[in-house]
Design a protein around this ligand. Structure first.
Ligand SMILES: [Cu+2]
Length: 270
């Protein structure tokens, strides 16, 4: 009789401890999921430090971008995206100037690059990176170059979607021009002299090209993905989504004969 009671108590204890274990496993599993979900949201911040608060036109300025989490701890692991850990896009506020450079990762979450800005006025910089385990993130910073700024250029949509760049005719077509919808965009290139299709594009940053799109007010930086990464021309296809109606400037960057070239277009999304 005593033996049986002991066995029953033991069984209950095992059942309880088993239950307890399951519960704690379940809890820790849940909390891991929550952690993972959190890190997949945008919880990094960029701290910008320039060697001069108001740099002079065409003078070296060193840009430091420190990526940290919301508790101020440096973020040290980044995914390589298009061959780089960070892409830095610099535009003038009127979008007439465009540059795309790659700060080097130092350590302690810090990237640096030395560059120059071409004239007085406001410039906006966009750091584009993916913290490992997180998602594609863009952080921006505005810098004012000292002096008298030239008059701002107005963004005018290109009605003829064809440009002459470096001896090539480049056209840009969309399958639709609607806001909040995935749109496919195709650059098409022909040799201006021979009218033959360009078929010798070289990979640029690991793909047929790299496209950056900004809204007219430089508030929206759009992520663009090549849909046929290995293409060599004459078509280069990309996909994006415009968040609202308005004017956007598009810069396509491609490489041929070892030389990169930039194709700008302005579109209106009705
Ligand atoms: Cu880049």
């Amino acid at each position: 009789m005593r033996g049986l009671v002991f066995v029953i108590i033991l069984a209950v204890a095992v059942a309880l401890s088993g239950c307890g274990k399951t519960t704690s496993d379940h809890n820790s599993h849940n909390s891991h999921e929550v952690e993972r979900a959190d890190s997949a949201t945008d919880n990094t911040e960029a701290v910008w430090t320039l060697s001069a608060d108001h740099p002079s036109p065409n003078a070296d300025v060193t840009i430091k971008v420190k990526i940290q989490d919301d508790s101020g701890k440096p973020v040290e692991q980044f995914d390589i995206n298009h061959e780089k850990k960070m892409h830095l896009i610099i535009v003038s506020k009127d979008l007439s100037y465009f540059d795309h450079i790659h700060p080097e990762y130092q350590d302690n979450g810090e990237f640096t690059i030395t560059t120059q800005l071409p004239n007085a006025g406001e410039f906006k910089m966009f750091a584009d990176y993916i913290p490992s385990g997180g998602k594609a993130t863009t952080k921006s910073n505005v810098v004012t170059v000292q002096g008298t700024a030239p008059a701002a250029e107005t963004l005018v949509p290109d009605l003829e979607k064809e440009q002459m760049i470096d001896g090539k005719k480049v056209s840009l077509d969309f399958d639709s021009l609607q806001a909040n919808k995935e749109v496919n965009m195709t650059f098409h290139m022909t040799d201006a002299q021979t009218n033959k299709p360009v078929t010798d594009l070289q990979p640029y940053l690991g793909a047929v090209g790299h496209v950056v799109i900004l809204s007219e007010d430089a508030e929206n930086y759009l992520h663009v993905h090549p849909t046929e990464e290995k293409a060599k021309g004459p078509d280069a296809k990309f996909m994006t989504s415009f968040p609202s109606s308005g004017n956007y400037k598009i810069w396509g960057q491609f490489k041929q004969n070892g030389k990169t070239f930039i194709v700008p277009f302005v579109v209106n999304i009705p």
